[in-house]
Design a binder for this molecule. Structure first.
Ligand code: NAG
Ligand code: NAG
Ligand code: NAG
Length: 522
């Protein structure tokens, strides 16, 4: 108990901002990238709540610049021009309706908050914003907030271009323009107040927290001052005194981790640990390398997965296999990242993440675009969501087999991924145990006596009897199928009274892995 109090004292009041406030024992977050609010609302009701997803990360809800060259890129939403809640995803009333409906079925909403900057310095002047608000990038004038030229950081930046030129210089990284984006002066009380007002409006509407964009580019002290002004969560849905869940995007971690090894790390993830969780970019990059078997990596090396791999402390990590940046070659991770374009590997990597206890896990839900590589770079990495010719985002149609149409990938609906989100809930709180590996790419592990998973990423078959620690009986594999009434639609696994079970997985199976859990028992 003393230790507990001491820990609380060390972590401070910010520790509360590490809790996603998931309901009903749910655990996984899904990023419904670029979805319309109307579609998110109905997805919460018809799919996410029934399948036990804890929450949704939504795209930025603020008004942004309208970019036409290239035509409506996804990144226009990362260029705010006002804090009006009006975007490609919908209006303020549609946003409010979505938050209410998702909360009413126990699915939390986490907002992607862009608070480091406004639009690009070359964004021009006029009303070319998604909801028609006037602004001037050259004059740094955003009257709808209002922000004017003295609310930006340029006087602090010491580079010739005004942009970040050297990512090894912590002052440039925080005080200069990230790829030309007008950098807000978060040291100013007025600016902090306006940003907090925007976030508080969303909290009062019922959101559970924020993914904070570009945190590496804000001073931890400025961020602390903004986050310190945030309201507690809305007590219509959350218990009194709940702090918003904060997870901070810090996409330079891999690059900087290499710098650490070289002894010159300018910005450390741990500078942000007291404020909330931090996105662990090494996780997906390493996992991708392992499942691709690049650099001599083997799945058996994941025996010490987590902090043992030099990742941040468990209580600070937000983990993912891919995200909207690195699935299209932006940010850290490069070609190692496994995305829906490599579905077999993607399903295995996501299943590994969801089966493993480390971190708060986020599943990516993408849209397709026509990739066009020239010299290894995708020329179409900018392409925005499935849209009509007039730029309006298309709704997400659901096919009779539960998959999505019109270019929406909906990885979160794939049977293997959906069932592993349920697996994570069923084994929540159970320790990892009964580890087995063949010193190559066949591994298995359990979570207490609640679940067990076996992977075969070798180029030959797996045929082995393992101790699952699970109660004897017949279980449905939730990868090749699932439990449907009194039968299994896929493989059946028989666990003996001693907890041992025989597993056979061909390397040629559609999905060379098997998972069973307490609720898949016949
Ligand atoms: C854009 O086009 C779609 C499909 O034709 C239509 O339903 C929608 O109302 C249009 N939106 C606007 C803002 O013109
Ligand atoms: C890996 O597993 C297979 C069968 O499960 C076994 O034959 C093989 O010897 C194991 N070890 C290595 C190093 O491949
Ligand atoms: C299976 O593993 C559990 C937990 O490690 C252990 O208590 C049990 O004795 C093992 N059973 C067998 C048959 O080896």
């Amino acid at each position: 108990m003393k230790l507990f109090i001491l820990l609380l004292a060390l972590l401070g009041p910010g520790a509360a901002q590490h809790d996603p406030h998931a309901k009903h024992g749910r655990t996984a977050i899904v990023h419904l990238f670029e979805w319309r609010w109307e579609d998110v609302a109905v997805e919460c009701e018809r799919f996410l709540a029934p399948n036990g997803y804890a929450g949704v990360q939504i795209s930025p809800p603020h008004e942004n610049i309208l970019l036409t060259s290239p035509w409506r890129p996804w990144w226009e939403r990362y260029q705010p021009i006002s804090f009006n809640l009006c975007s490609r995803s919908g209006t303020e009333s549609e946003l409010r309706d979505m938050i209410t409906r998702c909360n009413n079925v126990g699915v939390n909403i986490y907002v992607d908050a862009v608070i480091n900057h406004m639009c690009g310095s070359s964004g021009g002047e006029g009303s070319h914003s998604v909801c028609g608000s006037w602004f001037s990038a050259p004059k740094k004038d955003f009257p709808t907030v209002p922000f004017s030229h003295w609310d930006f950081n340029d006087h602090k930046c010491r580079t010739g271009s005004g942009n970040i030129e050297n990512y090894g210089d912590a002052y440039q990284v925080r005080d200069c323009r990230l790829v030309g984006l007008l950098d807000l002066a978060l040291e100013k009380d007025y600016v902090r107040g306006k940003v907090a007002e925007y976030m508080n409006k969303l909290i009062d509407m019922g959101v559970a927290g924020f993914r904070v964009d570009a945190c590496k580019h804000m001073w931890p002290g400025d961020l602390a001052a903004v986050l310190g002004r945030l309201h507690n969560l809305n007590t219509d849905w959350f218990s009194g005194g709940s702090r918003p869940f904060i997870y901070q995007e810090a996409r330079l971690l891999i690059l900087l981790a290499w710098v650490i090894d070289l002894g010159g790390e300018p910005i450390m993830a741990r500078e942000y640990f007291h404020l909330g969780r931090v996105t662990e970019f090494k996780y997906g990059a390493k996992l991708g390398t392992i499942f691709r078997k690049w650099n001599g990596e083997k799945l058996s090396y994941t025996k010490s997965w987590g902090e043992g791999w030099g990742f941040m402390p468990d209580g600070n990590a937000l983990v993912f296999v891919d995200n909207h940046d690195n699935q299209r070659g932006h940010g850290a991770g490069g070609a190692a990242i496994v995305t829906f374009w490599d579905p077999r590997l993607h399903k295995m990597a996501v299943a590994f993440m969801l089966a493993h206890p480390y971190g708060v896990a986020r599943v990516m839900s993408s849209f397709r675009w026509d990739r066009h590589f020239v010299n290894g770079k995708d020329q179409n990495d900018w392409v925005g969501p499935p849209s009509f010719d007039n730029g309006t985002t298309k709704p997400v149609p659901i096919n009779p087999d539960e998959t999505c149409g019109d270019g929406w990938v909906c990885e979160h609906r794939w049977r293997q991924i959906k069932n592993m989100a349920i697996f994570r809930n069923v084994v929540n709180g159970q320790p990892l145990g009964n580890w087995w590996d063949n010193q190559s790419n066949q591994v298995a592990f359990g979570r207490g006596n609640r679940g067990f998973i076996v992977f075969n990423n070798d180029d030959w078959d797996l045929d082995v009897t393992l101790n699952t620690s699970m109660p004897g009986g017949t279980y449905c594999d939730v990868i090749s199928g699932q439990k449907d009434g009194g039968r299994c639609t896929g493989k059946q696994i028989n666990v003996g009274d001693d907890g041992r079970a025989h597993f056979k997985i061909s390397n040629r199976d559609e999905d060379p892995f098997v998972a069973v859990h307490a609720e898949s028992k016949l």
